[in-house]
Design a protein around this ligand. Structure first.
Ligand SMILES: Cc1ncc(COP(=O)(O)O)c(C=O)c1O
Length: 385
């Protein structure tokens, strides 16, 4: 091709996401990939059969733009049952191409040039590009050393330009969760403002040790001003199907839908029918906490044989390991070295900070078969020697 003009980049500081980079490196060097957040278990064959059935029945054309009514009805019923909030299925629930698109559509709908959006770091990597592409300005606060939100600092960061605050519980990458007292603090902070909460709850069903997921939907005063994102990819081990959704009060959702209709128009039709059927099996999502808690505990039992220090993980399928006591090497270099020399790929935590703050911590995904975890940890055991 021969386009010779120079194109000014709208995202000069954005490269390829670290997840793709580390996955590519893992593949290139034959390393076990505990970097990217995807499960390597089989998907329930019954779920796959449902997609197949609906596709064979001819449900292969455009779905309704905001999503299949039957799927939206079941989502609204699920949220009401779990968290008590009532969303109107037709006006307040939107099916999206994963939570990623829900986040982008939400930011496109609410952020005007110059608006500030408060981001809590370390933060999932699609938040800031979505804010900036829409002319917004990310205003950052950092979690404390033990991964708590510093609400006093958030308060200091609020200005008359603050359009939204983004929260994420259970939290990627730290595995921390927000508690009731956090939600009460947040509620107090935004009272008497018109600040919107963007609440990323894709790991709602991956929460451990008896903790209860503190969805904004449990708090009417928050739900009334929140856009909440979820992901069937995370819940049903189908990240490649790109199926997620968001819910929001009608006045906000109306604007999100306008953006969605020109981003993807609609989402894969057979998967929506299949998911509507599959949601009837509540045990499939209610059983996830136990399943992943066992995975976490198994991974931790393996890590005991290594020199790495695990940090507390209360939710998600990510376990942080500190190596600060082992070497001064920067986390990106160290993650590369572990991948190439020790055949285990992880994600360096510095990439979740705008200034690449480096606390010498790596993130490992334990949503893998026991064999994969064992094979991966072999590399970490060797590092000790
Ligand atoms: C915190 C968080 N939000 C959103 C997403 C994106 O979810 P999806 O795969 O449904 O787009 C992820 C995926 O890793 C995530 O970890």
């Amino acid at each position: 091709m021969n386009y010779t003009h120079s194109l000014q980049s709208k995202q000069p500081n954005v490269g390829t996401t670290i997840f793709a980079v580390m996955t590519g490196l893992a593949n290139q060097h034959g390393a076990v990939n505990l970097a990217q957040g995807f499960p390597n278990f089989d998907v329930d064959p019954a779920y796959i059969s449902l997609v197949d059935k609906h596709s064979r029945e001819g449900k292969n054309q455009y779905a309704p733009m905001p999503g299949l009514p039957v799927l939206r009805e079941k989502i609204a019923a699920k949220i009401e049952e779990l968290y008590g909030a009532k969303y109107h299925p037709m006006n307040e629930v939107l099916i999206t191409a994963g939570a990623t698109q829900a986040i982008y559509a939400a930011l496109s709908a609410i952020v005007f040039p110059g608006d500030e959006v408060i981001v809590i770091e370390p933060a999932y990597d699609c938040y800031e590009p979505g804010i900036k592409l829409n002319g917004g300005v990310p205003v950052r606060t950092q979690l404390t050393k033990d991964f708590k939100v510093n609400w006093e600092d958030v308060k200091q960061k609020i200005s008359f330009k603050t359009r939204a605050i983004m929260i994420n519980t259970p939290h990627n990458p730290t595995g921390s969760v927000l508690l009731k007292e956090d939600m009460i603090a947040l509620e107090k902070l935004v009272r008497d403002t018109n600040i919107i909460i963007i609440s990323d709850e894709v790991y709602e069903h991956l929460i451990f040790d008896g903790e209860q997921h503190q969805s904004v939907c449990r708090y009417p005063a928050l739900a009334d001003r929140s856009i909440v994102m979820y992901s069937f990819g995370k819940t049903y081990h189908v990240t490649g199907w790109r199926l997620g959704y968001c819910v929001a009060p009608e006045s906000i959702m109306k604007e999100i839908v306008k953006c969605h209709q020109f981003q993807t128009y609609c989402i894969h039709t057979p998967s929506q029918y299949a998911t509507a059927d599959y949601l009837d099996h509540k045990e499939k999502y209610l059983g996830l906490n136990n399943f992943f808690q066992q995975k976490r505990d198994y991974f931790l039992s393996l890590i005991k044989q290594t020199a790495f220090k695990p940090l507390p993980c209360k939710g998600t399928y990510f376990q942080l390991l500190s190596y600060a006591h082992l070497t001064d090497e920067g986390d990106r270099d160290f993650a590369h070295r572990l991948t190439i020399d020790y055949k285990i790929a992880s994600i360096p935590i510095s990439v979740f900070y705008h200034d690449f703050r480096d606390d010498k911590i790596l993130r490992f995904c334990f949503a893998k078969t026991n064999e994969t975890l064992e094979k991966g940890v072999e590399g970490l055991i060797k590092f000790k020697l």
